[in-house]
Design a binder for this molecule. Structure first.
Ligand code: DAH
Length: 360
């Protein structure tokens, strides 16, 4: 066997055994590179006699071509293998369930959800959202709403009083959202159509009362509004909110200092099963207070009660949330227990809309 035959055998074996493209490239440089072994041998051709060259030329060319060919072929095999390995390593099982990111795992508190639902319903009816401060003056919380000084209705509210300030004025944590009616009427002219969701405070705590709770106030003021309009608005709201096609409501006479006449509203429900169902059954459940805005309240904000009239209502947001979503204990709303929130909370990207469904 000639030297070149032995070399060829050695190289073909080395090429065959090359583990990766780097090892193969090392062989190519060592043999066929500028200073490679085969290249050196080919350079020697120039110094040979024509006879020697005639024999050595084809032999070396053949060696070079075959080695080059083997390297090329092996390179293709290795590239193929590399792709195979990468495909294996990056293999994805698209049938696996997607793991939710932080935004998908978070939950919207039922109170926020219900406020969004309420806003969607009243927004659709042409109402705007209004807000006011949680720390109120006695004037806005009581006096401007026609609660006379020393009137027992003030005590009924179990008010939280703050320490008197330097002028002796004792602010309160608002006991209802009604003061925002007065603030809005002072700030803008009729026609007014607003709803006021917000936090309210009273000294009370049991399964259905917490010292901080939420109310939704509504106010409409213009020159023509009347009780029939109010009943229609409240009925439309209740049907949309409880997502039932029809609902019976019962209006009972009541008393609030800031409305005349004043009414309390019950909705028809069925309490015979484990959960309350609306729009059917023989039971009634009280859900809100309402009435025509008292002339004294209108006069207090500079509106002539012979020209303007309005209606207003107030309801507990926590209470209607408990009713709609079957949550038995109000205190759990404010425990910040993540397990409770995971169970009763809502997906953050499912915004309630009337066309898309409120609670889907
Ligand atoms: N502010 C009342 C409360 O907290 C609820 C209420 C009743 C509001 C009648 C109103 C209304 O606007 O007209 O108990």
């Amino acid at each position: 066997m000639s030297d070149t035959d032995a070399l060829e055998k050695e190289l073909l074996t080395a090429i065959d055994q090359a583990e990766d493209e780097a090892a193969l490239e090392a062989i190519r440089i060592a043999e066929l590179g500028k200073k490679g072994r085969i290249s050196d041998m080919m350079k020697g051709l120039g110094k040979m006699s024509p006879e020697e060259r005639k024999e050595a030329g084809p032999r070396l060319n053949g060696l070079r071509d075959r080695v080059q060919g083997a390297i090329g072929a092996k390179r293709e095999v290795l590239a193929e293998k590399a792709i195979e390995a990468r495909l294996q390593a990056e293999r994805l099982d698209v049938t696996l369930p997607v793991r939710a990111g932080p935004a998908g795992r978070g939950r919207i508190h039922p109170i926020s959800q219900v406020i969004d639902e309420i806003s969607a319903i009243f927004g659709d009816l042409g109402f705007q959202i209004a807000e006011g401060p949680d720390i109120e003056t006695d004037y806005y919380n009581f006096t401007a709403l026609n609660f006379p000084e020393g009137h027992p209705a003030r005590e009924m509210h179990d008010t939280f009083f703050l320490q008197p300030d330097e002028n002796g004025e004792r602010k309160v944590l608002r006991t209802h959202t009604s003061p925002v009616q007065v603030r809005t009427m002072e700030a803008q002219q009729p026609p007014i159509r607003i709803v006021i969701p917000g936090k309210t405070y009273r000294q009370d705590s049991d399964a259905t009362h917490t010292p901080m709770f939420h109310q939704l106030e509504g106010l409409v003021v213009d020159t023509t509004s009347n009780i029939a309009n109010m009943k229609w608005v409240l009925e439309e709201f209740c049907k949309a909110f409880f997502e039932v096609p029809s609902l019976n409501m019962r209006f009972r006479p009541s008393f609030f200092p800031f409305t005349e006449p004043s009414l309390e509203v019950d909705i028809q429900c069925d309490r015979s099963g484990s959960e309350v169902r609306f729009g059917e059954g023989n039971d009634w459940m009280e859900i809100l207070g309402c009435g025509m805005v008292h002339p004294n309240v209108l006069r207090g904000v500079g509106l002539d009660p012979d020209v303007y009239q309005g209606f207003a209502w107030g309801m507990g947001i926590d209470r209607i949330a408990m009713l709609k979503y079957g949550m038995p204990d109000l205190r759990a709303f404010f425990d910040a227990d993540v397990r409770w929130l995971e169970h009763y909370g809502f997906r953050p990207l499912d915004m309630p809309t009337l066309f898309g469904g409120l609670s889907q």
